[in-house]
Ligand binder design. Structure first.
Ligand code: GLV
Ligand code: GLV
Length: 355
């Protein structure tokens, strides 16, 4: 291998490995047992010569790592994730390292988990499962685990990008919910889809679904019965859902987060869940992973899963392949990637090595 590439974790599938080793790459896969690698661990992995790194969202890719990678001759870094709040793209730019992420391949998988959590929360599936396993079921009762009927209710989507739009379509088409969404950009494709679906429902004698693009986020919080968060995490979305905003939501609303933990003020959420037992939440991500804020784990009105929204075999292999292609493409100067879904080959396309 002419080029040395490091992957900080073993990743699913073999396609990504073959891609690299068949293209002049000597690949090193870190098999360190501990889950989260420190900056020091990664500096050791980079060593004296390293052309590119495939890294994970649990790692802190800042000034220190990009300067180390640049000194080792590195030109490319890819996160195996669509989210890149763990990557300081300005620092990467400064050291001439191109940064890639893995959009597109995880859109439906992630939206499906958000939909799963929505249904699980609406129908209290986790509580009911615990009840059953605890041997507490002693016969059918009219009021046992009564939940929410989604049909005709309103689903609210904050951030109608790829994932948010896919989720919105699932909930509207699958469960005949009305949509209210908030995004800085208009989602014309989503609006067209719902309009066409409404026409279809009307023609079949059913109540048509409706959609609305909200002028403010608070409008969504006030009107929706289920709210799913799909923004990117940055300075503008940190604690987007705080104490005041939670207070604006319906007392029996359901809140879903499959984006990034810090989008919600988790301590305020725990307090809100305690005060409002009919309010339910489905969380895939947490403010300080892998930890949960005290009290959260004890609450019956919270469903918690360990950051698995993109965890389908197809998607994880796709993410690994995309991450490998990102790094390989940059090293070899290929025109990057071929998937029409892939709208952002590199987050900082024009990064130049320092003079
Ligand atoms: C996972 O959280 C991702 O951003 O891909
Ligand atoms: C990320 O893929 C998004 O745009 O939702």
């Amino acid at each position: 291998g002419k080029y040395r590439v490091v992957s900080t974790k073993p990743m699913p599938g073999t396609r990504w490995i073959n891609l690299l080793v068949q293209n002049d790459v000597r690949l090193e896969i870190c098999t360190e047992k501990k889950t989260i690698l420190s900056v020091e661990d990664i500096i050791a992995l980079i060593g004296d010569k390293c052309d590119g790194v495939i890294g994970q969202l649990t790692e802190d890719w800042g000034e220190q790592l990009f300067s180390t990678l640049s000194k080792a001759g590195g030109k490319a870094f890819s996160n195996m994730a669509v989210g890149y709040n763990n990557v300081d793209v300005d620092a990467a730019n400064k050291y001439g390292v191109a940064v890639g992420n893995t959009p597109g391949v995880l859109t439906e998988t992630t939206a499906e988990l958000a939909a799963s959590l929505s249904l699980a929360a609406a129908r209290r599936i986790v509580e009911a499962d615990e009840f059953m396993r605890a041997g507490l079921y002693d016969g059918w009762l009219p009021h046992l685990f009564v939940g929410n009927l989604l049909k005709g209710q309103t689903v609210g989507v904050i951030g109608a990008g790829r994932i948010g739009s896919a989720y919105a379509r699932m909930m509207v088409e699958g469960f005949k919910m009305n949509l209210i969404y908030y995004d800085l950009y208009q989602s014309t494709r989503l609006e067209k889809f719902i309009t066409a679906y409404a026409t279809f429902l009307k023609a079949s004698g059913e109540t048509p679904v409706t959609w609305k693009r909200a002028a403010t986020m608070d409008e969504v919080l006030q009107e929706a019965d289920i709210i799913s968060l799909h923004p990117v995490l940055d300075k503008t979305t940190y604690h987007l859902v705080n104490k005041e905003r939670l207070a604006k939501m319906k007392k029996e609303a359901i809140l879903i987060n499959c984006s990034r933990g810090p989008v919600i003020d988790e301590a305020a959420l725990v307090e809100h869940l305690k005060q409002n037992p009919m309010f339910r939440v489905g969380l895939d991500v947490f403010e300080e992973e892998p930890y949960m804020k005290p009290g959260l784990a004890e609450l019956k009105n919270a469903i918690v899963v360990p950051h698995i929204a993109s965890a389908s075999k197809w998607t994880r292999e796709g993410m690994a392949t995309l991450a490998a292609l990102n790094v390989l493409g940059k090293i070899k100067g290929y025109p990057v990637w071929f998937d029409a879904n892939r709208v952002e080959p590199f987050l900082n396309e024009n990064a130049q090595p320092p003079a």
